[in-house]
Ligand binder design. Structure first.
Ligand SMILES: [Zn+2]
Length: 1182
């Protein structure tokens, strides 16, 4: 109450002051002589007119202010933001008359100019006086309470089987099991044949990798198309035939080639339940390295295509080939409306363990789910592989005889040396009994009498004769079995869902028939100590690029959807919807393709990786163009003036890449005394205060914010290599941008004149051990030393101390408390072990625990400034940068690490960044994330080899003790392990000379100059009574926000030089949100729906409706949250009030990929997104 009264008073004073000032100015004009008098009269009239205008302006202003103050009084906190905006904008209008400088000064001294909440974040900007030192407040503490806090302190899922417990108890002893090498000699009581009838489903399938040994398109042209071409007539030959297929990236290619008649024939197979699309994603994604954004996105792409084109909604998941499985996938499929899923590449010891307990079929439950609403029925395959020898039963030499493509005379055979026999009347009885024996043995491992026998392999059924051989021979076996009830079985071809339906039919009377299971299936080993942990790191350049594409695609989707909606609202037909939609679809599909389990995994051939890389680059460039064009449209004041010109866009892209494997280049902004604009876009659902850096041609810069105030900036020289300074054509200028949620802020830059105070600070640089003499650079202080004393950099929160001789981090101190934490950074090299099997793209088989690289007097470059300080160390294999920003907000609370890794001179070596801390996790328990969605507890065991203790780190990991937590936030997916208490190794790159025997048939030697980016976050617990290694853990709320800042950068797009002098006027900012999202809710996507995909006319015409995905991120409440510009609200979202000018019409909650409509949503009510959950809404924006 008090607060808004003060406000009202202050604003009234401001308006009155302005008016009086203007009057005073007018009436003191000199007027003597008659001519002078008439001139004076005219002048007077003009001035009176001006006063009139000003008074009218002020009237409007007062009315507006009244309105907002009224709302503020009613408790609408958002009114405050509007009020601030209004004052800033309107005072700008008013001061555009003489003596504005005085007025600005006067206004700046008003004691209540900025409300407390905003002041914290923009303290430096708003209160700094000319010449004042740049100082920053670390930000206020924010209290988080509500459902997530109770969840984070709850015990979690309480499942029957906890995979972490299983790993803890298993001996991993690997005894020889006989025919089933990794299992045991499976037996059954012969009397069972007469008492327990088996229901057998033989499920023909063809596993088609969209790229691996061949590129995606080569596979399609040479193999996959043939599979489809043969499928159609061969399936039509016999109505009992069935087939399943998974990858829509292939299926849609073929569909596009079909005429209407053939499309009808395909539709008939699908509608008849004979051809089943399983999972229906764009690809069968890798589950270790992928982020949930991209997993969902490629499923959305596949499901949208299927639903739009065929009306198909898959309900069973099929993942036979990913190298380990994440529980995130089970969650996502569940929320997409799936009923069942299947997995295959599970560690052989775990398979055996689950088989022993008949627990290969289970309800996969999220470990945090105490309500048990996430249970997903999952079938794990028991044997070594998904090929025919390993799918009918435990004995591969028997099963291989029932792969009729390997009949004698063909070019394929059985390595167990017993060839298949074609089924004839004379052998059918014996053959059926032999096969049934395997099926029955397999059924011993499951609780039901329903048997799943997949029949296929990679790129199978590409020739017509294979269709005949498999289907005809099996049909003869089925006919015989079904005619002989004494065999105790009924056999048929089935789809995956046929199998699952039969299982559910058999068990429906018994609730809780299947055990529940929580946890995940990493790290996979297929035999011996062959752990597939190399692929967590292989091809790290493209793993990094993947995330860059994700951030750009997501940001482009959101701003495109907004631009589209505003274009519709303004009836502006000049926005290039179709062109932009085409680019978006290309980007979606390029990114989708790269989620394939041989793509982001880094396990494809060199030229295939290049093919993915080129597609990613095309997608990335397109997404950036969409972002720039949409931002330009939204920021142009008069939409009528906006014109799309592909050859001369209004905004430059924030970055460009010359080739798919080159590093990004940023534009250099030509500065002069004429101001030029930079448009900064924030794709997050809350206002963001963050450091933005751009390159400019002048060292002396003046940066102005959207409200016309000069803000602090820091310039530093641009070093072309470790030692020299450029000739002065390029400088890096950094400033703190404040950008509205999902909005755009326009900053203005110009070359500063002499003698003005421009709040521009020059950074100083110190070299240690420079290899040659150091160039001086204009006004910049650059000096060099050869001493080896420790040194430090700091911001307002942290001080980081570095070893003087190695230049590497050793200590982090929290300034407020004086608390010091040891944080030693080193780099370590691993060799490939000297045995027959060696490390390759998939396998990590190191020769030891890794040797620290000794850095002898590396060149060290320290740059210090008031806004950002950084230490560059040029070690032999890594250009390593530690950066501390001094900004209000989250970013100042963590250390930024950038590495540029280059191991091209090494042979059979892998490199890690090793961080040793004083965190006392004596049990070596640590937590890594699964797909950026949730954390999974891990533990290092001596019973496992080093490679078995390595886990994927798609976006973060932490170690902790009772007092503190040390988190590493990662901008890309890499492998991570904890070999000693307090010590973390992050694998950065691998260079391997040889193949590792998993079919790739090459080493990994296409290393590149590879960037990676991390944040280190040290947090002290509020509540030390919490258990230090709980089964279920969550990142802190602060860590979530910091992670979003890391992965979803601000995009700074300069106004193109070609448009520097065009009359286009920009708004000062574009701020679409009325009520921001709370801190814990992340806008995963706001994705415009594509029109009917197989129609040439409509394909790229965007629909009015969009999918909005909101995620209530899991957060641990026992760590303080501060420095954020958002506010927590227990996951509650105001859908009706979300946007200020746009409305969400026809709002529906749907399943995650929009396959099924759920409830219609009453937008007026606050919608609660429960903790951990992702909710999807479909709405038309207008
Ligand atoms: Zn595959």
């Amino acid at each position: 109450m008090k607060r808004y009264m003060v406000w009202w008073g202050a604003l009234f004073f401001l308006v009155m002051f302005t008016s009086l000032y203007l009057m005073l100015e007018t009436v003191t004009s000199p007027n003597t002589g008659s001519l002078a008098r008439s001139e004076a009269m005219e002048g007077m009239e003009a001035k009176i007119h001006m006063i009139e205008q000003d008074l009218n302006k002020n009237k409007e202003l007062i009315a507006d202010i009244k309105n907002w103050v009224g709302l503020l009084a009613k408790g609408d906190d958002n009114a405050l933001g509007h009020l601030v905006k209004l004052v800033n904008e309107k005072s700008g209008d008013v001061v555009a008359v003489p003596k504005k400088d005085d007025l600005v000064k006067d206004q700046a001294q008003k004691p209540v100019a900025v409300p407390e909440a905003l002041k914290q974040d923009s303290a430096a900007r708003e209160t700094a006086k000319p010449g004042e030192i740049y100082e920053v407040s670390p930000g206020e503490k924010v209290t988080v309470s509500g459902s997530m806090c109770s969840l984070s302190s709850s015990k979690g899922a309480n499942a029957d089987i906890d995979m972490h417990q299983v790993v803890d108890t298993l001996p991993f002893d690997n005894p020889d099991g006989g025919a089933w090498k990794q299992g045991w000699d499976v037996k059954y009581d012969p009397s069972e044949v007469s008492t327990k009838k088996l229901k057998i489903f033989v499920v023909p399938h063809s596993h088609c990798d969209p790229g691996w040994i061949k590129t995606y398109m080569d596979y399609y042209r040479q193999q996959t198309r043939n599979i489809f071409e043969n499928m159609l007539p061969k399936m039509e030959e016999d109505s009992r035939r069935k087939f399943i297929f998974a990858e829509i990236s292939y299926f849609s290619l073929w569909w596009d080639e079909l005429d209407a008649m053939r499309r009808d024939r395909v539709k008939k197979l699908i509608d008849g339940g004979r051809l089943e699309i399983v999972t229906g994603g764009w690809v069968m994604p890798d589950e270790a390295n992928t982020h949930y954004f991209a997993i969902i996105d490629q499923l959305l792409e596949g499901h949208q295509w299927l639903n739009g084109t065929l009306g198909v909604r898959p309900k069973s998941g099929w993942a036979v080939d990913p190298f380990g499985y994440s529980s995130t996938m089970a969650y996502l499929l569940k929320r997409m409306g799936f009923e069942n899923m299947l997995i295959q590449r599970v560690h052989y010891s775990m398979k055996k363990y689950l088989s022993r307990q008949q627990s290969l079929e289970f309800m996969w439950r999220q470990q945090w789910d105490s309500e048990h609403t996430t249970d997903m029925f999952c079938h794990a395959m028991p044997f070594y592989s998904y090929d025919v020898p390993h799918t009918c039963g435990p004995d591969p030499k028997v099963c291989c005889q029932f792969d009729f493509r390997r009949l004698p005379g063909s070019k394929y055979n059985c390595p167990w040396r017993i060839p298949p026999q074609a089924i004839t009347d004379s052998n059918v009885a014996e053959r059926a009994r032999t096969l049934l024996d395997q099926y029955r043995k397999k059924s011993q491992l499951y609780k039901t009498g329903v048997v799943l026998a997949p029949l296929g392999d990679d790129f199978r059924y590409d020739k017509a004769d294979e269709w005949d051989l498999q289907y005809n021979n099996y049909q003869k076996l089925f006919d015989y079995i079904n005619k002989h009830p004494e065999l105790g079985a009924e056999a048929q071809f089935g789809t995956l869902t046929d199998y699952f339906d039969a299982v559910h039919e058999e068990t429906k009377q018994t609730p809780s028939f299947f055990p529940s299971l929580s946890g995940d299936f990493f790290t996979y080993a297929d035999k011996d100590d062959h752990y597939w942990s190399g692929y967590f790191t292989s091809r790290p350049f493209h793993k990094n690029m993947d995330r860059v594409v994700e951030a750009n695609l997501r940001s482009a989707e959101i701003i495109f959807t907004l631009a589209q909606a505003y274009a519709r609202k303004n009836r502006a037909s000049n926005f290039p919807s179709v062109e932009m939609m085409k680019k978006l679809v290309t980007a979606r599909r390029s990114l989708g393709l790269f989620q394939h389990h041989d793509a982001i995994a880094g396990t494809a051939k060199d030229f295939v990786i290049n093919d993915y890389g080129e597609r990613l680059l095309e997608g990335l460039t397109g997404a950036k163009q969409v972002m720039a064009e949409s931002a330009a449209f939204l920021v142009v004041k008069d939409k009528g003036q906006y014109k799309y010109d592909a050859a001369a866009p209004i905004l430059d892209l924030d970055q460009v890449r010359e080739a798919h494997d080159s590093l990004p280049l940023r534009p250099v902004i030509q500065l002069s005394s004429t101001p030029t604009q930079v448009i900064v876009y924030n794709s997050l659902g809350h206002r963001r205060v963050q450091l933005v850096s751009v390159f400019v041609t002048q060292a002396s810069v003046e940066v102005t914010n959207p409200y016309g105030s000069v803000v602090h900036s820091q310039t530093q020289p641009f070093f072309v290599d470790s030692n020299t300074v450029t000739d002065g054509s390029r400088f890096k200028v950094s400033f703190v941008a404040e950008v509205p949620a999902l909005g755009v802020a326009v900053y203005t830059l110009k070359q500063a004149g002499d003698g003005q105070d421009t709040k521009n600070h020059l950074a100083s640089t110190t070299f240690i051990n420079p290899k040659s003499s150091v160039n001086s650079q204009g006004a910049f202080s650059i000096r060099s030393t050869t001493g080896n004393e420790d040194f430090s950099i700091k911001n307002s929160v942290l001080e980081a101390t570095f070893d003087g001789s190695s230049g590497l981090l050793k200590l982090v101190k929290t300034l407020a408390t004086g608390e010091e934490r040891k944080t030693y950074v080193k780099f370590a090299l691993f060799g490939a072990r000297n045995t027959k099997e060696k490390s390759g793209a998939y396998l990590f088989l190191p020769d030891g625990p890794g040797q620290n690289t000794d850095e002898i007097k590396p060149v060290i470059r320290i740059t210090r400034g008031p806004m950002v300080s950084e230490v560059h160390v040029f070690t032999k294999y890594v250009h390593h940068v530690v950066r501390l920003v001094n900004t209000p907000g989250v970013d100042a609370l963590s250390l930024d690490i950038h590495n540029m890794v280059d191991i091209r001179t090494l042979s059979n070596r892998e490199i890690s960044m090793r961080i040793h801390t004083d965190i006392a996790n004596d049990d070596r328990i640590f937590y890594t994330d699964l797909n950026g969605f949730q954390m999974q507890r891990r533990q290092t065991y001596d019973k496992l080899p080093l490679q078995g203790n390595v886990y994927p780190m798609p976006s973060s990991m932490f170690i902790q003790d009772s007092a503190a937590r040390f988190s590493i936030l990662s901008a890309q997916s890499l492998g991570v392990f904890v070999s000693k208490p307090g010590q973390v190794d992050i694998m950065l790159d691998r260079r391997l000379n040889q193949d590792d025997g998993r079919g790739l048939q090459q080493g990994v030697l296409d290393n590149r100059l590879t960037p990676n980016h991390f944040r280190l976050l040290l947090e002290t617990r509020k509540d030390v009574t919490q258990t230090k290694s709980p089964g279920v853990a969550f990142p802190s709320h602060l860590s979530n926000v910091a992670s979003l800042h890391l992965m979803q950068p601000l995009f700074a797009m300069p106004r193109s030089a070609k448009h520097a002098h065009t009359p286009l006027t920009f708004l000062s900012e574009f701020s679409p949100m009325n009520v921001e999202l709370p801190c814990e809710v992340h806008l995963v996507n706001l994705r415009t729906l594509q029109n009917k995909d197989d129609s040439a006319d409509l394909k790229y015409v965007p629909r009015d409706s969009a999918a909005m995905l909101l995620h209530h991120m899991g957060g641990d409440c026992s760590f303080p949250l501060h420095g954020v510009s958002c506010r927590p609200n227990d996951g509650k979202v105001s859908l009706a009030q979300m946007f200020s000018e746009l409305k969400l019409n026809d709002l529906h909650e749907t399943t995650l990929t929009l396959m099924h409509d759920l409830e219609e949503v009453d937008a007026v009510m606050e919608f609660p997104v429960p903790p951990m959950e992702i909710k999807t809404f479909k709405a038309a924006l207008s």
